[in-house]
Design a protein around this ligand. Sequence first.
Ligand code: ADP
Ligand code: ADP
Length: 234
Amino acid sequence: VPLIKLNDVWKIYQMGESDFAALRGINLEIYEGEFLVVLGPSGSGKSTLMNLIGCLDLPSRGTVFLNSGDISELEESELARIRGQMIGFIFQSFNLIPTLNTLENVLLPLEFQEEDPHTAQKKAAYLLEIVGLSDKKHNLPSQLSGGQRQRVAIARSLAVNPPVILADEPTGNLDSKTGNYILEFLNSLNKKEGKTVIIVTHDLELIKYATRIVYIRDGRIEKVEECILDEGRK
Ligand code: ADP
Ligand code: ADP
């Protein structure tokens, strides 16, 4: 059973007099443990697709299934609950809270989980260690470089241990060293912890870890490529 399934999905944006179909009949099944890369030029519908996969938006036509359940029937509050449990977002706008330090930013999603404060602190500190920011716990976002902010956002998105990680241009804005580091990290989450990773990008560098590549153009899937995996992955 696919974890996420899009069945003839259309997204139509109303723009004054005219409508614009950003997605035009997308059929896609995503399985647990995949490292899926969605490639396409700017304006091809990648972010729109990501928003639908991440339950941030609903299709104009067609159906989105998550764990076999039709999410288009759900109330926003229910959708938000599923998002919170299932999906870690790594989006380019880092959305860190500027008045909270690094540790507090990572702690934030844990506070909504009513986790015991001591455990939450330990978990947040551990996540910052994983992304290599133990020494920046008390820095505010404004006191971090772009790459460091991105890493804080990653630590925060992992705090609730979501089975699915969605990343929109995760290496966008980053220098190649930091970008590579983040990619390696996403790869290890996928290969070692079995997390489902879905990345949209126009950066060809990112395909080296993909188990499958979906090419999107003008709101349609142009091509799907299975990637050859080394032994032990299958
Ligand atoms: P990509 O992420 O591949 O650059 P997007 O999904 O952001 O593509 O956008 C696909 C198309 O839909 C673009 O032509 C964009 O201008 C249009 N679009 C995106 N969001 C909106 C919106 N909220 N209202 C109107 N048009 C939009
Ligand atoms: P990048 O090219 O990765 O974005 P920056 O040039 O922004 O890196 O930052 C380089 C180093 O300077 C980083 O280690 C960061 O911690 C530090 N730094 C950047 N901005 C500030 C700041 N406002 N206050 C303190 N340290 C900063």
